[in-house]
Write a protein that binds this ligand. Structure first.
Ligand SMILES: [Fe+2]
Ligand SMILES: [Fe+2]
Length: 325
């Protein structure tokens, strides 16, 4: 939990550093924590990586709600593993953020005090067990579309964290799809439950890619720095094109009357998500925002003794080592 401060920049003028940085980014080399970087680049990464870390941790809640009532031991084991993976993703990402000179405890405080955002998707309720399947299929599926290009992000620690995370996300997506396949082979009530969950999660999943490009002030700069590799609208299109055949195979209808294959473009056309709703949810007024953050706060406070014990243990070992030396 200590603050990791980057070493001072090597000697040389800011212009020389900037030129070296630009050349590295242009050559698709990685920027590492000890390298000189523009302050805006660092700030932008702190924002993106910490929002991403918070999303992984808050994202444990909608599915975590179903662990105790999973319908079989097998489903419980799968869901437990999946939710634990998300905790791990949060940890990798907080560690990546710390290499930029911020403190994880401070990031957690900012989340709990509502000063930092997380993905809007986790502010919707998970009403039935079909939601577990649909979250895996659509939400983790959208996360994969977003995150695979981030494996080539210009910032080394972020890119490397994403490689492992993406492998686990692909397990998450498959477990969700497999669960839905089984439910669709079941009773009429089970099939209706799946369709209802798809109807509720489809639009929020499309919102996961962020606002339209024209309304996304950070996108151009992030792409120039190669933190991001694709625009929000391109990624959304990719997700729709990937998901439509999966929905057909599953036998569910995606709730968008404008969704149609466009031969000329070689892509699906689709309707516009409700961006007013998106803005409300991302700014704290979604159905579950208050509950998600409150639960995170309670978990953080309940975990204080673990942090204290770990710190005491580390201190004791440090002084034992010093005594032995
Ligand atoms: Fe994750
Ligand atoms: Fe996931």
């Amino acid at each position: 939990m200590s603050t990791v401060t980057a070493d001072p920049a090597p000697s040389g003028s800011d212009e020389a550093h900037q030129a070296e940085f630009d050349a590295k980014v242009a050559a698709d080399q990685r920027i590492e924590p000890r390298d000189w970087m523009p302050e805006g680049y660092r700030r932008s990464l702190v924002r993106q990586v910490s929002q991403h870390a918070h999303s992984e941790i808050i994202g444990m809640q909608p599915e975590g709600d179903w662990i105790a009532s999973a319908p079989s031991l097998r489903r419980k084991a799968i869901l437990l593993a999946k939710v634990q993976d998300e905790a791990g993703h949060g940890l990798y990402l907080y560690a990546a953020a710390e290499t930029l000179g911020v403190d994880r405890a401070d990031l957690t405080t900012r989340l709990i005090e509502g000063r930092q955002k997380y993905s809007s998707i986790f502010n919707y309720p998970s009403l039935t067990f079909a939601d577990v399947g649909v979250i895996g299929w659509l939400v983790d599926g959208a996360a994969i579309c977003n995150q695979v290009p981030l494996c080539r992000s210009s910032f080394g620690p972020y890119a490397r964290a994403m490689v492992r995370i993406c492998k686990e996300e692909s397990f998450h997506q498959r477990q969700g799809y497999e669960l839905l396949m089984r439910m669709m082979e079941g009773t009429g009530a089970q099939r209706a439950m799946v369709q209802d969950a798809v109807d509720r999660w489809w639009w929020p999943s499309l919102m996961m890619f962020g606002p339209p490009d024209a309304d996304s002030p950070n996108t151009q700069q992030s792409m120039a720095w190669r933190i991001k590799r694709d625009t929000n609208d391109d990624l959304r299109q990719k997700f729709v094109d990937m998901t439509v055949p999966q929905a057909d195979k599953l036998g569910v209808t995606l709730p968008d009357p404008e969704l149609v294959w466009n031969e000329e473009r070689g892509h699906h056309d689709f309707g516009e998500p409700d961006w007013v709703e998106f803005k409300q949810v991302i700014s704290g007024s979604g159905p579950k925002n208050a509950e998600r953050v409150e639960r995170r706060r309670a978990a953080h406070e309940k975990g204080a003794w673990v942090r204290e014990a770990a710190t005491a243990y580390a201190t004791k070992h440090q002084s034992d080592r010093e005594a032995a030396a």
